[in-house]
Write a protein that binds this ligand. Structure first.
Ligand SMILES: Cc1ncc(COP(=O)(O)O)c(C=O)c1O
Length: 457
């Protein structure tokens, strides 16, 4: 199969002309054209290999042969309308149920994370008969109109906040209102949600749901303080609402020690609705909502059929099953613990050498390294983070930034990432940061000299 139809420049020109310019490219100043991939490696049109630290969607590795075979075999046999009876959908729902607490036992299959969150919103509203939603600051939950409304990351740049949306502070113990020196940041941040509920009640509003990623990713790879989710769930349920855990980036073993990131909060916490996407189909568009019998029953009771043409079709479910098989057979959860743990240690070692690294946080293969101008003020080092990403690309490592100031270098590679990959990335970061620090020292020195001579004259 030909890897390219057009020369790179022509592809870029055609894309600029034909594709909406709000659909942005990675490295827009100098985009990479990727024509094939395997495992954790991407290859450009010249056969140049890039180490992929970005693709959390290609969860078990790019073009994994087991996934390709499962998809092709089912495609060759049948891909029917989801209203026909078929084994794959029930087999798959049964396998997912085994990964979740017993109470989350009813499934709806959809095609994208956005569809999953939109359906979660409908389920919550139907069950509670309430309208309002509490979300975390800087959150992103999808691109549908309903989800832009509950995504501060987006609505702040658009028409703003709807009256039915309430924004709680991000429980970020590095930058937030309660930090690592607080005796109980989990409780303190949960109390901010309680206050929001009370304010909403005073205005006669009623809470349908609290939506949060189990580890806020767009917010900057934030790890919730202990006890936060459990307390929030209690407050939200007391107000008649439900807890929706968005596991679209964090599910399917990414955190290593657990299959779902919400499980990091302990066995006594269980959401009422869990939404899944990205890694679920290793790149194939499938997503899912898991909920309780009671919530599903309320949704059924409205008398309106939920029909989704592609959601849960035999091919999607065959792929979903193959992803679960590979995760198990290749012990990719274990790999996330080992390799993610090693990577985090390497980055922590770099932090001792480079003042630019303010914080290293994360679990499994979900790690953030935050750059700061200086550790005392924690002022985000946005330009330095952008420079590091650009330089890593020149070293054939693709990585991205996130967080409110784009100052967090975000590691979310395919789960087959190896110890050698982790060491290569950390060595490159070390070298690049050394150069940045020498440059910064020379710059500061030169500035002082200029100031000195200007004052003298
Ligand atoms: C946390 C989270 N929720 C929802 C979505 C929306 O998923 P999709 O792009 O598949 O619609 C995204 C996508 O980036 C996401 O990161």
């Amino acid at each position: 199969m030909a890897l390219e139809v057009f020369h790179k420049d022509e592809t870029l020109q055609m894309r600029r002309k034909l594709i909406g310019q709000s659909c942005r490219l990675f490295f827009s100043h100098d985009p990479v054209k990727i024509v094939r991939a395997r495992g954790q490696y991407l290859y450009d049109e010249n056969g140049m290999q890039y180490l992929d630290c970005i693709s959390n969607v290609q969860h078990v590795g790019h073009c994994h042969p087991s996934i390709t075979q499962a998809a092709a075999a089912q495609m060759d046999l049948l891909n029917s309308n989801t209203r026909f009876l078929h084994d794959n959908i029930v087999l798959y729902a049964d396998r997912l149920a085994a990964t979740l607490p017993k109470k989350l036992c009813v499934f709806y299959f959809v095609n994208s994370g956005s569809e999953a969150n939109d359906l979660a919103l409908r389920l919550a509203r139907q069950y509670t008969r309430h309208q309002d939603v509490i979300v975390l600051d800087h959150a992103y939950h999808g691109h549908l109109t309903s989800l832009i409304d509950i995504s501060p990351y987006k609505f702040r740049k658009l028409e703003g906040q709807k009256e039915w949306v309430h924004v709680a502070p991000l429980p970020d113990t590095y930058h937030g209102i309660y930090r690592e020196d607080h005796p109980d940041p989990g409780q303190a941040y949960a109390d901010t949600v309680k206050s929001l509920i009370e304010e909403a009640h005073k205005k006669g509003r009623k809470i349908s749901s609290f939506f949060a990623e189990s580890l806020p990713s767009v917010g900057g790879q934030i790890i919730f303080p202990t006890g936060y989710c459990k307390r929030v769930a209690e407050y939200v349920r007391e107000a008649g609402g439900v807890y929706v855990a968005d596991e679209i980036q964090t599910g399917f073993g990414r955190v290593g020690s657990h299959f779902w990131a919400f499980q990091l909060q302990g066995e006594d916490f269980c959401p009422d609705i869990v939404t899944m996407g990205k890694p679920i189909g290793n790149g194939h568009p499938i997503a899912c909502v898991a909920t309780t019998e009671e919530i599903a029953a309320a949704f059924t009771a409205n008398g309106v059929e939920y029909f989704n043409t592609f959601g849960g079709n035999p091919v999607s479910c065959a792929i979903g099953l193959a992803v679960l098989d590979v995760l198990e057979k290749e012990d990719l959860g274990g790999n996330a613990v080992r390799v993610g743990g090693h990577l985090k240690q390497l980055l922590l070692q770099l932090q001792t050498k480079h003042p630019l690294i303010g914080d290293v946080r994360g679990v499994g293969l979900f790690i953030g390294m935050e750059l700061v101008k200086d550790r005392a003020s924690r002022k985000p080092a946005t330009e330095e983070a952008a420079h590091l990403v650009r330089r890593l690309k020149e070293e054939r490592i693709v990585i991205s930034t996130d967080g409110p100031w784009d100052s967090v270098i975000k590691f979310k590679p395919p789960m087959c990432f190896s110890i050698e990959d982790a060491e290569r990335v950390s060595t490159c970061i070390d070298q690049i940061l050394r150069v940045i620090s020498t440059y910064n020292k020379c710059y500061t020195h030169a500035t002082h000299l200029i100031e000195y001579f200007l004052n003298k004259t």
